[in-house]
Write a protein that binds this ligand. Sequence first.
Ligand code: URA
Length: 220
Amino acid sequence: MPVKHSQVSMAMPAVHVVTHPLVQHKLTLMRQKDRSTSSFRRLLHEVAMLMAYEVTREMPTQMIDIETPLAAMKSPVIDGKKTVFVAILRAGTGLLDGMLEVVPGARVGHVGLYRDPQTLGAVEYYFKMPSELEERDAIVLDPMLATGNSAVAAVDRLKKAGPRSIRFVCLLAAPEGIRHFHDHHPDVPVYTAAVDRELNDHGYIVPGLGDAGDRIFGTK
Ligand code: URA
């Protein structure tokens, strides 16, 4: 009997694996090597919408007065503007539209990083966030948590900007990437559709789905 939503019980803080059958089904289709770019992109959009439900589960609500056709009542609403989706360029943008479809009032930030060929450290080339970040909850988006280097660097930088809270959403994670990420950011929960077996020598997740950016944008 599949668990609907679980917390992986490895020795690591908050990793939420979204095991909903719809997410798992769509992920299986995305892994297939012959899937077209348009189909891959549509599936990622759908998975992002479904994962948005999980990552926003603790979103604050406030009661407002409304009238139904039959009676007055108090009913909960969210303040979507308090959410900021932070896409790590470039593959993170593939998760953005699906998330925004579910939380249309959310703000959007972008982080661009590249790897310095000499030091292998992450170098920031773009960072743009909405104002009053300290009043907003950040949800960082990157489909693949592989080595974890860019996720760590993006969250390092984001923490300096000071949002009210941070969560990290990916489609696939490698155990090595989760470990590395949580060594640096044990306070940031990770939401993923699956934790795969391992990283290969080139830093790709195995079995994985290949290069997410290339598959989203058809750049291979
Ligand atoms: N980035 C990808 O796009 N795919 C991987 O498997 C690892 C990192």
